[in-house]
Design a protein around this ligand. Structure first.
Ligand SMILES: C[S@@+](CC[C@H](N)C(=O)[O-])C[C@H]1O[C@@H](n2cnc3c(N)ncnc32)[C@H](O)[C@@H]1O
Length: 501
C-alpha cells in the first residue's frame, strides 16, 4: 500500500499520541517489550508486535474499565437519561421488526449514539486521541459498489450485507434521538449535520463497532472457559445481547485463526495476556472467533488463509427438491402441483429450513491459540435428512401411497440415505454452477495476483466452491458405501421401531 509522507507522519503521530494518552490513564499498563506497529504494508493498519521475546502468561497491557467507551461511562447517560437509563434498556432487544420497539435502543444503537456524541465533541472528548486513530473508511462489503459485490457471485454473503437494514435502523433509532436532542449533539459553536451527513456518520460508527467493539462481560473469564463454550459464544458480542464497549488498546490487536494473546475480562480492568511464548518481532494476535472467510469479510473487511477451514456454503432446500423431484416423477406418479402442495405443507412446519449450511468438521483452536487438527468434510446437516424424510411423508400423503420410490425410501433407511446422497450430489453440482467462474479459474486469478476487494471476493467464492467439491466427494464415497449395503440387502436398513435413521 502506497502512502505519502504527510499521511505517514499523521499515522505515526496518531499512534504515539494514542499511546501517550493510554499510558496516562489511571490504572492502565503497557508492557515495555511491545509496541504499536505500522502494518499498512500488509494492509493490516496498526497492530501490536513484540520488541523482545515474551514468556507465556505475561500481562501485555491493562485497560481500566473506566476508560472503556460504553453506556456505563458515557456522559450521554446523564444528558439523555430517558433513552440511556441503564435500568430499563433491554440489552436483549434486537428485534428491529417490532414497531413498538422501533424507538427503544439496543446495545448497538446506544453505542452508535455515544460514539457520534464523542466524535462531534472533537478535541474536547476525553477519548479524542483514541477516536482519532479509528478508521473513517472500511473494506467491508457494506461499502462496496454493486460491481464489487457482484464479484462474490453466488455466495450467500451477497444477501447478508445488510445495508438497507442498517439504513432503516439509523432512520428509526438514531436520527430521531439526535434531532430531539440537537442542542446536546450540536451545542453552540458546532454546525449541525444534515440527515445525509448524520446517516453516513452513523454507518461509520456502526461499522467501527462491528470491527472493534467488545462484549463487556463482567465476570473473569479465561480462554479455557471460552473455548469450552459452543460456537455461538464467540458471536455474542455481535448479536446485541449484552453491553458493547469500545476498549482502547485491546482493539489495536489484529487477529487470526492461530493467535497468541487473549483479553481477560476482570472486575475493574480488562487485561491482554500472552497464551504462549511470543518471539521478538512476532505480531501479537487475538482471535475473533471461528468465522468463515465470508463472515470475516462481512464483519472485519479482511480474509486470511487460516480462516478458510471454517468456510461454509449454503444449499437451498428448493434446489434440493428440484433435484429430488426428478426421481419421484417416475411413472407420472407425482405432478409438479403435488410437489408444490408438499412444499407448502413443509413451509408451515416450525422447524422448516430454507437452506442448509454445509461445513467441515473443524475443531476450535487449542487453549494456547494453535490449530492442531486438520478440518475435513465429514457429514451433512442432520436437519437435511430429517426434512427429506418429512418431504417423503408428504409425497406419500399427496399421492395416496402410490409413489413407489417414496414408499420404499420411507421403509428402507439405506435406500433413503442413498437417495439423499444422490440428490445432494446433483444439487451440489448445480450449486457450483451458479458461480460464474470455476474453482480452477479462481485459483488461477489468486495466483496471478488479483488484489484489493476483488481478491477478497475471489477468495470467498473460491473457499465456498472448495467446500462444495469436498462435500460432493464425501457424498460420492458415502453413496457408494450405501449402495453396496442396499445391494447386499442389509436388513439393518429396514425401518423398525428400534432403529432410527
Ligand atoms: C480491532 S481492529 C485491529 C486494529 C486495526 N488494524 C487498526 O489499525 O485499527 C480490526 C481491524 O483490523 C484489521 N485486521 C485485523 N486482523 C487482521 C489481519 N490478520 N489481517 C489484516 N487486517 C486485519 C481489519 O481491518 C479489522 O477490521
Amino acid at each position: 500500500m502506497e502512502v505519502d509522507s504527510d499521511d505517514n507522519t499523521r499515522f505515526l503521530d496518531g499512534s504515539q499520541a494514542f499511546l501517550n494518552w493510554f499510558e496516562s490513564l489511571p490504572g492502565a499498563t503497557f508492557h515495555k517489550d511491545i509496541l504499536i506497529e505500522d502494518l499498512r504494508r500488509q494492509n493490516a493498519g496498526r497492530g501490536i508486535i513484540a520488541k523482545a521475546d515474551i514468556p507465556a502468561d505475561t500481562v501485555l497491557f491493562t485497560i481500566p474499565r473506566q476508560s472503556i467507551l460504553c453506556a456505563a461511562t458515557s456522559p450521554v447517560k446523564d444528558l439523555i437519561p430517558d433513552i440511556f437509563d441503564l435500568d430499563i434498556v433491554d440489552f436483549d432487544n434486537d428485534d428491529d421488526d417490532d414497531e413498538a420497539q422501533s424507538k427503544t435502543q439496543n446495545s448497538w444503537t446506544l453505542l452508535i449514539l455515544i460514539m457520534i456524541y464523542e466524535h462531534l465533541r472533537g478535541p474536547s472528548s476525553p477519548w479524542y486521541p483514541y477516536l482519532s486513530i479509528l478508521p473513517s473508511t472500511f473494506n467491508t462489503p457494506m461499502f462496496w459498489s454493486a460491481s464489487e459485490i457482484s464479484e462474490l457471485q453466488a455466495s450467500a454473503l451477497v444477501n447478508k450485507v445488510g445495508k438497507s437494514e442498517a439504513d432503516s435502523m439509523i432512520s428509526s433509532k438514531i436520527l430521531p434521538v439526535i434531532r430531539t436532542n440537537s442542542t446536546i449533539f450540536f451545542p453552540a459553536g458546532i454546525t449541525p449535520l444534515n440527515d445525509d451527513q448524520l446517516t453516513q456518520l452513523a454507518h461509520r460508527m456502526g461499522s467501527t463497532i462491528m470491527a472493534y467493539a467488545f462484549d463487556l462481560e463482567s465476570d473473569e473469564t479465561t480462554i479455557n472457559e471460552d473455548l469450552e463454550n459452543d460456537d455461538d459464544e464467540w458471536e455474542e458480542d455481535r448479536e446485541g445481547k449484552t453491553m458493547l464497549g469500545m476498549v482502547p488498546m485491546a482493539d489495536m490487536l489484529n487477529a487470526d485463526a492461530e493467535f497468541n494473546a487473549h483479553i481477560n475480562h476482570g472486575a475493574d480492568a480488562l487485561t491482554a495476556t500472552s497464551l504462549r511464548p511470543i518471539k521478538e518481532g512476532e505480531e501479537i494476535l487475538n482471535f475473533y472467533g471461528p468465522l468463515s472467510s465470508a463472515e470475516l469479510l462481512r464483519r472485519y473487511g479482511y480474509v486470511t488463509p487460516k480462516h478458510a477451514r471454517w468456510d461454509v456454503v449454503e444449499l437451498g432446500w428448493d434446489l434440493f427438491v428440484k433435484k429430488a423431484s426428478k426421481r419421484f416423477f417416475a411413472g407420472d406418479k407425482l405432478s409438479p402441483e403435488q410437489i408444490e402442495a408438499v412444499q407448502e405443507k413443509l413451509r408451515e412446519y416450525e422447524g422448516f429450513e430454507e437452506a442448509f449450511v454445509l461445513e467441515r468438521y473443524s475443531p476450535d483452536p487449542s487453549p494456547t491459540g494453535e490449530l492442531n487438527e486438520e478440518a475435513m468434510f465429514n457429514g451433512l446437516p442432520d436437519d437435511l435428512a430429517e426434512q427429506f424424510k418429512l418431504f417423503l411423508k408428504g409425497v406419500k400423503k399427496v399421492t395416496g401411497g402410490k409413489n413407489g420410490i417414496a414408499l420404499r425410501a420411507l421403509e428402507d433407511n439405506h435406500y433413503r440415505r442413498e437417495l439423499l446422497l444422490q440428490t445432494v450430489m446433483e444439487a451440489l453440482e448445480e450449486r457450483e454452477g451458479q458461480y460464474d467462474t470455476s474453482l480452477e479459474e479462481d485459483e488461477r486469478l489468486l495466483s496471478e495476483g488479483v488484489d484489493g476487494k476483488k481478491r477478497m471476493a475471489v477468495w470467498v467464492r473460491k473457499g465456498e466452491k472448495q467446500v462444495l467439491r469436498e462435500a460432493r466427494a464425501w457424498a460420492k464415497k458415502e453413496s457408494e458405501e450405501s449402495r453396496r449395503k442396499t445391494a447386499e440387502g442389509d436388513d439393518e436398513g429396514r425401518s423398525s421401531k428400534r432403529r432410527r435413521f
